[in-house]
Design a protein around this ligand. Structure first.
Ligand SMILES: Nc1ncnc2c1ncn2[C@@H]1O[C@H](COP(=O)(O)OP(=O)(O)O)[C@@H](O)[C@H]1O
Ligand SMILES: [Mg+2]
Length: 230
């Protein structure tokens, strides 16, 4: 286990449009190392766009996004900078169809140069943590939506990221499985100090988060920022 602490996330007055659609307007938020922030809001309110911006997958039109004081999208090698810090659980799981569940979880470890036997060990242990020990050799086409989602969570955690960005990670799960996935995320947060930014409608997520923000048509009403642990 690495001893790295969580990353600090600072989003300041960020705006982002897609053509004429204004997806985010002057959004600001902060997550300190090891903090868990949940982001709520209706469909189309800008939640996925905000996660993509925090992870440096999109560039802001205006404003600043700093992860430990660095803007990932401005780095000379953004993909590498991202891989060193961020784990993503995408809303659409984006598993590689030709690879088994275990091999999908191993993908980020290959990029990080982890030896094959250690990759295998970590992937199997994470699949076990998300309740999929018996599905390690299955292809994505042989998995249910909820199972795919759990593989995606295991993959995002494989590198013990200092910042986990998760887009509705419990959206396709029943309440018991969802509890199990949240237990894992929050346990790793407690053990590794990982920072969590989780998009979710799930009240079980906001109940555990240090802070919940709600996006409404691309903006955060500051009156809407709820601190649950203060
Ligand atoms: N790549 C894109 N191209 C055009 N419009 C987009 C793109 N991504 C998001 N949008 C638009 O931006 C708005 C916010 O989308 P999104 O961030 O996905 O919302 P949410 O995740 O809250 O449902 C929506 O109106 C959506 O249609
Ligand atoms: Mg979304």
């Amino acid at each position: 286990m690495s001893l790295a602490t969580g990353a600090e996330v600072i989003v300041e007055n960020v705006s982002k449009s897609f053509g004429r659609i204004s997806a985010l307007r002057e959004v600001s938020l902060r997550a300190g190392p090891g903090e868990a922030v949940s982001i709520a809001g209706r469909s189309g309110s800008g939640k996925t766009t905000l996660l993509a911006l925090i992870g440096g997958l999109e560039q802001p039109d205006a404003g600043q996004i700093m992860i430990d004081g660095r803007a990932i999208w401005k780095e000379p090698r953004p993909a590498q900078a991202r891989r060193e810090v961020v784990g993503f659980v995408f809303q659409r799981h984006l598993l590689l169809g030709a690879l088994s569940a275990r091999a999908n979880v191993e993908v980020p470890l290959i990029g990080a140069g982890v030896h094959r036997s250690e990759r295998r060990r970590r992937a199997l242990s994470l699949l076990e943590e998300v309740g999929l020990a018996g599905r390690a050799d299955h292809l994505p086409s042989e998995l249910s939506g909820g199972e795919s989602q759990r593989v995606a969570v295991a993959r995002a955690l494989a590198n013990e990221p200092r910042l986990l960005l998760a887009d509705e990670p419990t959206g396709a799960l029943d309440s018991k499985t969802s509890e199990r996935v949240l237990d894992l995320l929050f346990r790793l947060r407690d053990q590794l100090g990982m920072t969590l930014v989780v998009v979710s409608y799930d009240t079980a997520v906001s109940a555990r988060a240090d802070c919940t923000i709600t996006l409404t048509d691309g903006t955060i009403d500051s009156a809407n920022v709820m601190l649950s642990r203060q």
